[in-house]
Ligand binder design. Structure first.
Ligand code: SAM
Length: 237
């Protein structure tokens, strides 16, 4: 992968960036995504934010090599602290856990007042992001699920609006599986949740083998509940 040929995962993120955006890519590593978006004319300006020294240096070097220093500002800092209010209208955060992404959004809320679209790609735990959307008035406009190199990724795009849109009253399974993904149920979705369900059943079996310990009871109930949510969702298609 490089800034001319993005991975399928990052290409999916880029697909949701509106043409002419002013973009902040948080956790940018090599800055491949902002370089690509600027070169393709999708973003007119971009900030590549990085908290770690090594990736920050890689991003700086990449932007210099590509001759993009006029349109891409590489900044070192934690989450959205690298962005000034009103500076960007689109934010991408990719390749981290959902809890960390939701935490970055929560701590940087005041920087989002002029942001029109969030595009987030959690490696795991998309549920944390959907919960954050609900609590903060962001509406899912699209969800994608894709497989690359044997891993399954979700991409969530949201804009400000009624955060309950799309759930059709099925809040609990929607938060876990994705309300829009659940509606579509493509083969990758079915594969992911069939696998997760089998994994939970295996853990449940292990807990049952360990005898009826009070400390395991809650864990078992949670697993049973999640298994039934997924079974119910998969049956509906
Ligand atoms: N976004 C790129 C991608 O999807 O290919 C890079 C993903 S990389 C696995 C995650 C990057 O996020 C790392 O470079 C890490 O240093 C950075 N990161 C983690 N927490 C961060 C934070 N709070 N603020 C900014 N960057 C962060």
């Amino acid at each position: 992968m490089n800034s001319d040929h993005l991975s399928k995962r990052l290409q999916t993120v880029v697909r949701f960036i509106p043409m002419g955006s002013r973009l902040a890519d948080i956790g940018s590593d090599h800055a491949y995504l902002p370089c690509y978006a600027v070169k393709k004319g999708i973003a007119t300006f971009a900030i590549a934010g990085e908290v770690a020294e090594g990736p920050y240096r890689s991003a700086l070097k990449q932007v210099q090599i590509e001759g993009l220093t006029k349109s891409i500002s590489v900044r070192k800092g934690d989450g959205l602290e690298v962005v000034e209010p009103g500076e960007v209208d689109c934010v991408t955060i990719a390749g981290m856990g959902g809890t960390l992404i939701a935490n970055i959004l929560e701590r940087g809320k005041e920087k989002l007042s002029d942001v029109k679209r969030l595009i987030l790609q959690p490696n795991i735990g998309a549920i944390s992001i959907r919960k954050w959307f609900l609590e903060n008035g962001w509406m899912l406009i699209s969800e994608e699920i894709l497989e690359e190199d044997g891993k399954i990724y979700e991409v969530l795009a949201a804009e400000k609006g009624d955060p309950y849109t799309g759930y059709n009253g099925k809040l609990e399974s929607g938060l876990l599986l994705g309300p829009l993904l659940q509606k579509k149920q493509n083969e990758i979705f079915k594969k992911k949740w069939t696998f997760e369900k089998a994994n939970w059943k295996r853990i449940l079996h292990q807990l049952e083998q360990a005898g009826d310990k009070p400390e395991n009871r809650q864990k078992k109930e949670e697993l049973l509940h999640k298994i039934s949510l997924v079974e119910e969702a998969l049956r509906q298609k």
